[in-house]
Design a protein around this ligand. Structure first.
Ligand code: BG6
Ligand code: MG
Length: 228
């Protein structure tokens, strides 16, 4: 039985994945490094530092630790400046309705994000007080695909991992959720990932999935991928 739904933030709750992309694109252009949306999909869910390493792997140049620090600071400055116009209008379709429905059903809701800016974003879009637990990039040692961020979100609420379900747009996030023994729902880029238990195009498909799971009394152990 599902007692907790854990949401990724960027690209699931709010369209900030696009702002990450635009900020990294500026960095890549400055450094004349090839960068496109396909490469950007590899950055989903991974930390700022690991994202930079992926981008720099497309450059023949060797960067010092100090140069990498400068690039990360620049990227974050571009990114944070683009967040200042963020409002509740940027909340993705279906999010508000799904959160309301989950509350009514007494299912807890959490955020598990690799971003150090997660709380700033939640505040800007007016959702900071909505979640029962929030785990962000400042609280974890390993970013996705490590399961730590999901495990922390569940532990904070004393919910066993097998009673939690994760919604992710990042393949790294799906991998992390599976390692944490949680059900994994892919949206956006992750909806093209074979490892998901379920794939959705929009968040409003989540409630029907939860209903099917509870009817079937499925647990991670009895549920086969793509069964529903
Ligand atoms: C994740 C994004 O949510 O946060 C990644 O999917 C990003 O693309 C990561 O690199 C870290 O974000 P921040 O805001 O700490 O640089
Ligand atoms: Mg994401």
């Amino acid at each position: 039985m599902i007692k907790l739904v854990i949401f990724d933030l960027d690209g699931v709750i709010v369209s900030t994945d696009e702002l990450h992309y635009q900020a990294w694109k500026r960095i890549a252009e400055q450094e004349t490094i090839p960068f496109d949306r396909n490469i950007n999909n590899r950055l989903r869910g991974v930390s700022r530092k690991e994202s930079l390493e992926i981008i720099l792997s497309y450059s023949p140049k060797q960067y010092t630790k100090n140069q990498k620090e400068v690039l990360m600071e620049q990227k974050n400055a571009y990114y944070v400046s683009s967040l200042k116009d963020l409002t509740s209008q940027d909340i993705l379709p279906g999010v508000t309705e799904v959160l309301k429905e989950l509350k009514q059903r007494k299912i807890k809701v959490s955020i598990a994000s690799s971003s150090k800016n997660a709380r700033l974003i939640l505040k800007q879009i007016g959702l900071l007080d909505v979640f029962d637990s929030i785990v962000d990039g400042n609280m974890i040692t390993h970013s996705k695909p490590h399961p730590e961020v999901f495990q922390q979100a569940a532990q904070a609420l004393k919910v066993p991992c097998e009673n939690a379900l994760v919604v992710e747009d990042a393949r790294s996030g799906i991998d992390g959720a599976l390692k944490a023994n949680m059900l994994a729902i892919g949206i956006g880029d992750a909806a093209r990932y074979d490892k998901c238990h379920f794939k959705i195009l929009a968040l409003n498909e989540l409630i029907p999935i939860l209903e099917k799971i509870s009817v079937k009394q499925c647990s991670r152990h009895s549920l086969k991928k793509g069964e529903l």
